[in-house]
Every structure is written in C-alpha cells, then in structure tokens.
Design a binder for this molecule. Structure first.
Ligand code: ADP
Ligand code: MG
Length: 446
C-alpha cells in the first residue's frame, strides 16, 4: 500500500487527447483520464483495440503531448521525452541492418554514453535477458521471441525507472510469451532491474491477471479508466487456482458490461470459416499505396477510387474487405480511410511490411492463426492441406473451402508464417523458423 502523501511515479489528471480526422474534424480519443502508477507496482491496462491505450502510453513517455490535463512524472510535469521512462512496443521495431548488440546500444549512443560503457552495459543487459551468445546476430536470424527480448534489452539498458509495455507479448505465440513474461517477473521480483514501476498494456485478461497488482479496464470513445480490480495474489500465480479464476471472471464481467461487441471489437468475431476475400497481398499493398498517395492522401471516396484504379467493383470490394479485416483501412459513410496500422505498413520497408502483415494476419484471421498453431505443435511441423480443407468444409462448400484455403496459403506465404509445397499439397513451417525452434529446443535441454 502506498503512502497517500507520497509522490506517485506517474500521475495523470484529467488527460485529454484529440486527433484530427482526415475530414479535419476533431476526434476525442482520450477524455478525463485519471491514473496513478505508484512506486513498487505493476499495473495492467486492458481495453479494446483503438481505445487509445498506445496514445496514452506515448503521452506518459512524453513522446506526444496531451491537449488537456496534467501528466506528472515523480511530481514534475512531463514536457518532452522523459528520461527515466522507457517503452517496449508490440512490433519489435529493430533495425534489421544492426546486430543485437548494436540495436541495444542505440539509445545509449543517443544519450552520449561513451563507447566502452555502452558495450559493457549492453552486454550485461543482453546476458540478463537471456540473449547471451547472440550479440552478433541480426534480427532476421532471431525468432519472434528472441527479437522481443532485444526489444526489452533496448529498454532495460537505459536503466528505466518506469517501464511502459505496449502489448509486448501479443505478437508472440502462447508459450514464448509466457516464458518471456515469467522472465520479466523474475527480474522484477529479484530486483535485478532498477525499475520501480511497470505499466503493461494488454488485451489478454489472463496475462493481465497473472502479472499485475492492479488491473485497469479502459473504455473506448473516448478512452478513460473505467474500473479497477486489485489482484492480491502472491507471485508466481497459478492460473488454475479458484482465486485466480474468480478475478479473471470479475475482469471479464467488467470488460463486457455496457460495452457493445465485448472485448475485442468486430474483427475478433471472425471464425475459422470466415470467407477470406479473394485477393493477394501484392494487390492489397498496391491499393493501400494508392490510397496513401495524392490525390487521396489517406482518404478516398469509394466511387472515385474505383475510377482512379480502373478496377472492377467485385475485385475492389475484395480488396476493401481485405484491408478492413487486416485493420489496414476502415470504411465509413462511403469513404475508405487508411488506419494508423495501414500508415505504419506503408511507411515500413519491405521486410518490416512482411512482419507487420504476419502480425495482423495471426491476430485477425483465425484460419491463419489455426494453421500456424497446428504446424507449431506438430513434431515435424508439417500437415497435409486436406486436414484444413476438411475443417473448412464444416463451414463452407467444397469449392469455397478450397478457394479460402488457397487465399490463406497465399497470405501466409507472403507473411512467411508458413510455407506450402505445391507438388505434395503439404503445409509446413518455413525452414528458418524450424531451425530457430530446434536451436531453442537444443538450448532448453542444456
Ligand atoms: P489502442 O492502442 O488502444 O489500440 P491507439 O492509441 O493506437 O489505440 O489509437 C486510438 C485512436 O486514435 C485510434 O482510432 C487511432 O486511429 C487514433 N490515432 C492514434 N494516433 C493517431 C494520429 N497520430 N493521428 C490520428 N489519429 C490517431
Ligand atoms: Mg495500441
């Protein structure tokens, strides 16, 4: 329990943030956000996608400013990137041309730390986070889990007082994210890091309850802290225990109460048998680029876009649907808008685009996530396509099932989340992924 007169690590009062829509209207994303992070606590923030959680974190870190209210870090107003606060992002955002060591040293270099000290500190943190031996590796040689470890190392090397984690585990498979989460908790509990408070944004209730002292439920439109639940359980926590289950139930009830569409929004309601739109990543990319560039600059009237691209309506509608379910664009009142995710995709280089595509595919398309899960779990990491066709035939006609699976394969191959042999009709994990898994297994046995 905190002393009521003590100064909180972070103290937000009535924070408000508005953005301009492409039609130049003001849109209030955050309104009346009150929040305190006390010394010694881990707080989890749960909320729907698009509710403003990332925006709030960026405001706390001083990366963007609020339009109203106060943001205090240890009692002082935050007026720019705050020294002492570090962030870890969902997408790994590593520089592909730099090694692990160089990626980790970047922040220190920017802070003017001398070379010898940089090397020493980065080396120490790399060991601490379990990446020892990989100093010279490039991001593309690492698995998703290891890349995110680099993301953590980059934050921890700054010896942050406050750590802001923006869905850092959600791009990882279940086992990898659990391991990394447990490692982080160990570092925290054993005080191997100087960090005094952690704020974790998550959309996974179990994850929030297993890690946090308090779970905050964030509402949307506009975003603000709607409810709070204390988790008074000692760590490590047993997710099967009745006390744990009861808290999960409570959080779940709070999250769905008075919130249309429940936890994840419309996109999470897709099922395995969802008819993936008949299009290719290359065409999606092409349309998104057209949408981003003049004369559209991120927003287009649908008929006008049809005219400009000279595409048939049915082809165009498949493209719109594809961009929508992948979260890259949004359609409202006869217009199509590029989303923040779509903008990030457009601004990225080719390999990052693939990563972003993989991320949204696994997150939003149940069939893609299902295929990947099956391949992950199989000993030989291979499965005949017929296995998936049969499953799809529970939902779709035979012809549709084939078409949908073919689309999923095209998207998945582009994203490099799985591969496919056209001769044998066998789906498999990409070779480099299998090699990484074997390397990891080998080390786990050591
Ligand atoms: P969350 O992290 O909860 O998913 P975000 O903070 O990323 O939500 O976004 C909240 C809302 O604010 C979204 O509708 C998003 O499109 C919008 N938004 C975020 N950043 C900007 C920006 N720089 N300009 C315009 N709108 C933005
Ligand atoms: Mg976010």
């Amino acid at each position: 329990m905190s002393d009521p007169v003590s100064v909180a690590l972070l103290d937000l009062r009535g924070v408000r943030k508005t953005f301009r829509t492409p039609e130049r209207q003001e849109r209030t994303v955050l309104e009346g956000v009150d929040f305190r992070l006390e010394e010694g606590e881990i707080v989890a923030l749960l909320g729907k996608s698009g509710s403003g959680k990332s925006t709030l974190l960026r405001i706390m870190a001083g990366l963007i400013s609020a339009n109203g209210g106060d943001v205090l870090y240890r009692g002082r107003k935050v007026g720019g990137p705050a020294k002492g606060i570090a962030m870890v992002f969902q997408s790994f955002a590593l520089f592909p041309w730099l090694t692990v060591q160089e990626n980790v040293e970047l922040g220190l270099e920017a802070a003017g730390v001398a070379r010898a000290e940089r090397e020493q500190r980065a080396g120490d943190v790399i060991d601490l986070i379990g990446l020892g031996g990989y100093e010279g590796a490039y991001p593309k040689e690492l698995s998703g889990g290891m890349r995110q470890r680099v993301g953590f190392a980059r934050a921890l090397v700054m010896r942050p007082d406050v750590l802001l984690l923006d869905e850092p585990f959600s791009a990882l498979d279940v086992l990898t994210s659990e391991t990394l989460r447990e490692d982080l908790i160990d570092l925290w509990e054993e005080r191997k890091i100087p960090t005094k408070g952690i704020l974790l944004v998550s959309h996974n209730i179990e994850e929030a309850v297993s890690i946090a002292d308090r779970v905050l439920v964030f509402s949307s439109d506009p975003g603000r802290v709607r409810a709070e639940i204390r988790v008074g359980l000692p760590r490590p926590r047993d997710p099967e225990s009745p006390a744990f289950r009861q808290i999960v139930d409570e959080v779940y009830t709070l999250m769905t109460a008075n919130v249309r569409g429940g936890v994840g929004g419309a996109q999470d309601q897709l099922t395995l048998g969802y008819r993936l739109p008949d299009t290719t990543p290359g065409k999606l990319e092409g349309l998104l680029e057209t949408l981003a560039e003049p004369p559209f600059n991120g927003r287009a009237d649908l008929p006008q876009l049809a005219e400009e691209t000279e595409l048939e309506d049915d082809i165009l509608f498949h493209l719109f649907e594809g961009l929508r379910v992948l979260g890259l664009a949004r359609i409202a009142a006869g217009d199509i808008f590029i989303t923040a995710a779509g903008r990030a995709f457009i601004d990225a280089d080719d390999s990052t685009r693939k990563e972003l595509f993989a991320e949204t595919l696994l997150r939003n398309i149940p069939l893609a996530a299902h295929i990947r899960r099956v391949l992950d779990e199989r000993r030989d990491h291979r499965a005949p396509e017929d296995r998936f066709l049969q499953e799809l035939q529970d939902y779709l006609t035979d012809g549709e099932a084939e078409r949908v699976l073919e689309t999923a394969i095209t998207w998945g191959r582009y994203a490099e989340i799985f591969d496919y042999d056209y001769n044998s009709g066998v789906l498999m994990l990409p070779e480099d992924v299998v090699e990484e898994m074997e390397a990891e297994d080998g080390r786990a046995e050591d």
